[in-house]
Design a protein around this ligand. Structure first.
Ligand code: NAI
Length: 400
């Protein structure tokens, strides 16, 4: 069959396996040619390893210096009679193949990271295949739902402002349109549930479980990713439901940090740059900002994609040559320093004031935004032959 892109709104319903392989190879090549992570971890667990920041972190750790052995957890779909499967499914496969070809251990566990069963599987893997202890846990899950183990029902996140309505716009990638909307304020229940799904409770539970099982090595670090952004995005993000969840994540980092003192470890939140990922294109109201930001950062030679961003974060902030984690006064790792530079934000604000549904493709970096989205799903690489026939049997033969 010939695999074509199928996009519904801001969601990709197909993925190209060979394009995903190309994306992995390009990210590996970038890490191999960039400033290496000096003293990285020997073994890492990555929760949310199949796409976006988690995948980029995994590639950096394996190929950007420390040759870290990685155990990756993700929730992805393989091929079936319903379709070819998700991009993350193929990212897992081609990452593992590349790691193994380089003589590096890499294992994928595909399942629900919120479930006890999967936690148990992770511990068994660490004990049997990863020398019994890990040195780093990356918490990079982005999900819209989390099961409530007590009721069997789901907490569902709602990405909304808090206490006020907010006018914003979303880019519909399927139709290439900018759609203006007004987002109503979240209810108390929506705020509560978003914090449950995207806050730090599950991260803290993971760390407690891993500590109880004795699989955290002396000096083990853990890191989760957050976003703050400039002031004019605060009503939709930082002061909205997602921001509430992130504030919870920051609080939990402090509690986990205290616990890890017993093994001379540490828990950190890295505040990152806004980038195109499966999760971020879904945030209503944020995409016009991304169009303006990408345009300005590219013009200034400051733009990074996920892989550049994670390689810089890991090599210069979490594992700098000095060995001391680089944080601000609030103990946060600020990888958003380039995004928040005053000259960048002044220029972004100027553009944002001019962007309309009629001119967003010219004023903002729509081309770059769309291209990133397509490439996340394995499409739009000039050296991949998209006309070649791919058999379902071949896809079934690929295992995570
Ligand atoms: P993504 O959608 O690219 O990746 C999410 C990962 O979580 C995937 O590997 C997916 O398989 C996994 N996942 C989701 N539900 C799961 C489940 N139930 N069980 C196991 N795995 C599951 O998202 P992205 O953007 O990389 O987000 C990762 C973190 O980075 C999030 O906390 C996000 O808020 C944060 N972040 C993202 C920014 C961005 O601009 N993309 C900016 C700053 C922070």
């Amino acid at each position: 069959m010939i695999i074509k892109p199928v996009i519904k709104g801001v969601v990709a319903r197909s993925a190209h396996p060979l394009g995903c392989q190309e994306a992995i190879q390009r990210q590996i090549a970038y890490c191999q040619s960039s400033s290496p992570i000096a003293a990285g971890p020997k073994r890492a667990l990555i929760l949310g390893a199949s796409s976006g920041f988690g995948l980029a972190s995994r590639i950096s750790l394996a190929f950007g210096g420390p040759r870290t052995e990685t155990l990756g957890v993700s929730f992805e779909r393989g091929p079936s009679d319903k379709g070819v499967g998700s991009a993350g499914w193929y990212n897992n496969i081609y990452f593992r193949q590349a790691a193994e070809a380089a003589g590096l251990k890499a294992t994928n566990l595909v399942g629900d990271a919120f479930s006890q069963e999967l936690r148990q599987q992770v511990v068994e893997q660490i004990k049997s295949e990863f020398g019994g202890k890990i040195n780093l846990v990356i918490y990079s899950l982005a999900s819209g739902v989390r099961p409530n183990p007590e009721t069997g029902e789901f907490w569902r996140s709602a990405i909304k402002p808090v206490g006020q309505s907010v006018h914003g716009a979303t880019i519909d990638i399927e139709h290439g349109k900018m759609l203006e909307t007004t987002l109503p304020p979240a209810s108390d229940l929506e705020i509560h549930d978003t914090v449950k799904v995207m806050g730090g409770e599950d991260w803290a539970q993971w760390m407690q479980f891993l500590a109880d099982e004795g699989v955290l090595a002396e000096g083990c670090k853990t890191i989760a990713y957050s976003y703050i952004g400039p002031e004019f995005t605060h009503p939709i993000y930082h002061q909205g439901t997602l921001g509430m969840a992130k504030q919870d994540l920051h609080r939990k980092a402090d509690a986990i940090h205290q616990q890890l003192q017993a093994i001379n470890g540490g828990a950190y939140v890295a505040v990152c740059k806004a980038l195109v990922t499966k999760a971020s294109v879904f945030i209503p109201g944020l995409s016009p900002y991304l169009l303006a930001l990408f345009r300005v950062m590219k013009e200034k030679g400051l733009h990074e994609g996920c892989i550049e961003h994670m390689q810089r974060l890991l090599s210069s902030k979490l594992y700098p040559p000095s060995g001391k984690v680089v944080t601000d006064a609030e103990r946060e790792i600020r990888a958003d320093d380039w995004e928040l530079q005053e000259d960048v934000q002044q220029e972004v604000a100027r553009l944002m004031a001019q962007i309309t549904p009629e001119n967003f493709k010219q004023l903002g970096d729509y081309e770059g935004y769309r291209n990133d989205f397509m490439q996340l799903n394995g499409f739009g690489f000039d050296n991949v032959d998209y006309q070649q026939d791919i058999s379902l049997d071949f896809l079934y033969s690929l295992k995570p």
